[in-house]
Ligand binder design. Structure first.
Ligand SMILES: Cc1ncc(COP(=O)(O)O)c(C=O)c1O
Length: 463
């Protein structure tokens, strides 16, 4: 039984210069922050609240949409909108948090628990169902046969560092050896270790705008000032990058979320900028394994190993559940990050590393990548077939972008949700006000049949 909705102690001021949806969003956020609305409470329907406030339903829908995107609200299919299970907002001591970081709870990064029974077309999830069960079992059995280490190397298992270096040389043509590789628990962990090593409170840290909110959260959490750096269809715009950034986070293989691939001349200009200003470039290579009908471009790290820290992960290539990724840097930086890791008592699970090493050494990961590459190529073709020339950023990765008029997006996301399809918009990927509007459609996690159904709903709603 759905619980009754709460009476909301909010009002809006029609005379104010601030848009009504923004005002309403602010009031609701304040109520959640202050405890007037607590987690699990049900909000009124958009229709009821619109009536209470004498505003249009679009105003309420937009405010709810923004709060969903920020992680304050969650939807339960068929039963309404609830205050999400946010234990608090992390505010680094003495300085304001620039981005809300929900702490704790079963978050999926969108403010929703996994949408049971929904077709999930949000980005960020791979297809995890077609893995080779025998290979997976063999890898974990081999890991279980080994005695646990009492004093593990914080840089990672030598065996896995060697296997990863070989994998990166072969699959990404990055000329690295084990001394360049640290095994992390994934990109987020790698980012945090880099931030804790390189950033001091008040340092300026560039993040693509729009860009990966985890990078913004991590940098802000370490006390840095997050500096949004514009991107266009090709990726980060180099001309105009500030000269005082300590680090710049970028996704050159497939800009997240717009989907550009940074052309080689711009890669070179970016590295010249980094050399000139002394900045370290953090290259997130999160979905570089997946590329369609286009030639590979050299990783930034390979072009200038001294200036670039590359972060990779099995989260897209296999599953986020395994909790293994890598950080690639010049050896002295790897050592500096290991010192940070020691100070933070941070480590990657040894048995997980052993299992991943077996998957790499036996060629199981390569086989998995060959299979999933085909699967994703088919899905991407299915999306492009239906949505046609509206699709951007489809040459790589597991998501595409569809640009739409600003006022069309929130109602479309809402209408799709009502029909059982979860969509993501560009809004939450911005640090500042969104400049480009549209959908970011992930084709990783839904089955092919669900994807076809979901995309036809999107096409119908776009009209
Ligand atoms: C831009 C970007 N980088 C990295 C990752 C993977 O992060 P992690 O390895 O921490 O799971 C994702 C996953 O969604 C992503 O979207």
């Amino acid at each position: 039984m759905p619980r009754p909705s709460v009476d909301l102690p909010v009002s809006v001021d029609r005379e104010a210069a601030t848009a009504l949806a923004v005002q309403l969003g602010d009031r609701l956020r304040d109520a959640m922050r202050g405890g007037a609305l607590s987690s699990g409470e049900r909000l009124p329907s958009t229709r009821a609240l619109a009536r209470q406030l004498a505003v249009s339903r679009t105003v309420v829908t937009e405010a709810y949409q923004q709060l969903y995107a920020e992680g304050w609200l969650e939807g339960r299919h068929g039963s309404g909108t609830y205050v999400a299970d946010v234990a608090g907002t992390v505010v680094p001591a003495g300085r304001p948090a620039t981005v809300p970081v929900p702490a704790g709870g079963p978050w999926d990064g969108y403010g929703h628990r996994d949408g049971q029974g929904m077709i999930d077309l949000r980005p960020g999830r791979p297809w995890v169902h077609d893995y080779d069960r025998a290979a997976w079992r063999r890898a974990w059995r081999a890991a279980a046969d080994l005695a646990p280490a009492s004093d593990p190397d914080l840089r990672g298992l030598p065996r896995l560092r060697a296997a990863l270096a070989e994998h990166l040389r072969r699959s990404r043509a990055i000329p690295v050896g084990p001394e360049n590789v640290m095994v992390t628990r994934g990109t987020g962990n790698g980012l945090d270790l880099v931030a804790a090593t390189l950033l001091r409170p008040g340092d300026r840290a560039g993040v693509e705008e729009p860009g990966y909110r985890v990078a913004r959260n991590v940098f802000a959490g370490r006390g840095a000032e997050v500096v949004p750096c514009p991107v266009d269809e090709d990726g980060v715009v180099v001309d105009g990058l500030p000269g005082d950034l300590r680090v710049l986070y970028t996704t050159p293989a497939h800009q997240y979320p717009l989907g550009g691939r940074l052309p080689i001349p711009r890669r070179e200009r970016l590295l010249a900028w980094a050399r000139r200003t002394g900045a370290i470039v953090v290259e997130d290579d999160y979905d570089a394994e997946f590329r369609y009908d286009v030639a590979p471009l050299p990783a930034l790290h390979g072009l200038d190993p001294g200036r670039v820290v590359l972060l990779g992960s099995l989260s897209k290539a296999l599953t986020p559940d395994v909790g293994v990724g890598w950080l690639v840097a010049r050896p002295d930086l790897v050592e500096a990050v290991a010192v940070t890791r020691d100070a933070l008592a941070d480590r990657t699970s040894g048995p997980a590393q052993q299992a991943v090493a077996t998957l790499l050494e036996k060629g199981d990961l390569d086989r998995h990548l060959r299979r999933t590459r085909l699967e994703y190529a088919r899905r991407r073709a299915a999306v492009v077939d239906v949505l046609g020339s509206r699709v951007m950023g489809d040459t790589a990765g597991l998501h595409v972008m569809v640009e739409l008029p600003e006022d069309a997006v929130a109602p479309l996301v809402e209408a799709a949700r009502a029909r059982g399809v979860l969509l993501d918009s560009t809004t939450r990927h911005y640090h500042g006000p969104p400049l480009r509007h549209g959908l970011v459609i992930g084709y990783g996690s839904a089955s092919r049949a669900e994807l076809r159904r979901g995309i036809s709903v999107v096409a119908e709603l776009i009209g």
